[in-house]
Design a protein around this ligand. Structure first.
Ligand code: S3P
Length: 166
């Protein structure tokens, strides 16, 4: 396995939760790109989107990946759902480690995230349609970024952990 274990996938697929569990199980430090950005900017993600715009947030995602490449250590890296959309980021991810795509169906995302107010991209009149639209657009790019694909629907976290660690 390459140095880091990287989790990518759509909002609500379980990257953060699985990241924590993997970090305990493998006794490996956990890093989350959204958290790094929030710390760096001293703002929450919704604040960054509202005050600086999505493009600025995307630039920050690339910046933290570049910084991580220069940092030592082995880590579990959980990422923001839109991070693999930039080609440069997909290249950086491949350089950083083994990329696991947590693939999820739109209905499951909707069940998990309806009512969520923390994701700026889902604050739309019809968030369910937006989930479907974004997933269709992003699916092929997640696949292009991935070394491995793990389907998450209907599985427990324990099952997923085992699948990922195998
Ligand atoms: C985003 C996903 C979010 C966060 C930001 C944008 C996206 O992370 O990075 O709101 O573009 O899909 P999660 O996937 O952890 O929700």
């Amino acid at each position: 396995m390459k140095k880091n274990l990287i989790l990518i996938g759509f909002m609500g697929c379980g990257k953060s939760t699985l990241g924590v569990k993997l970090s305990y199980r493998l006794r490996t430090m956990l890093t989350d790109t959204d958290e790094l950005i929030e710390k760096k900017q001293k703002k929450t993600i919704p604040q960054i989107f509202a005050e600086d715009g999505e493009e600025a947030f995307r630039r920050l995602e690339t910046e933290v990946l570049r910084e991580l490449l220069c940092t030592g250590g082995t880590r579990i890296l959980s990422t923001g759902g839109g991070l693999p959309m930039r080609e440069e980021n997909r290249t950086l991810l491949k350089q950083l480690g083994t990329v696991v795509y947590l693939r999820i169906r739109p209905e499951t995302v909707w069940n998990r995230l309806k009512g969520d107010t923390t994701r700026p991209l889902l604050q739309k009149p019809d968030p369910k349609a937006e989930i479907c639209r974004l997933l269709e657009l992003r699916g092929p790019l997640y696949e292009a970024a991935a070394d491995r694909i793990v389907d998450v629907d209907g599985k427990t976290y324990e099952q997923l952990l085992r699948e990922i660690i195998e």
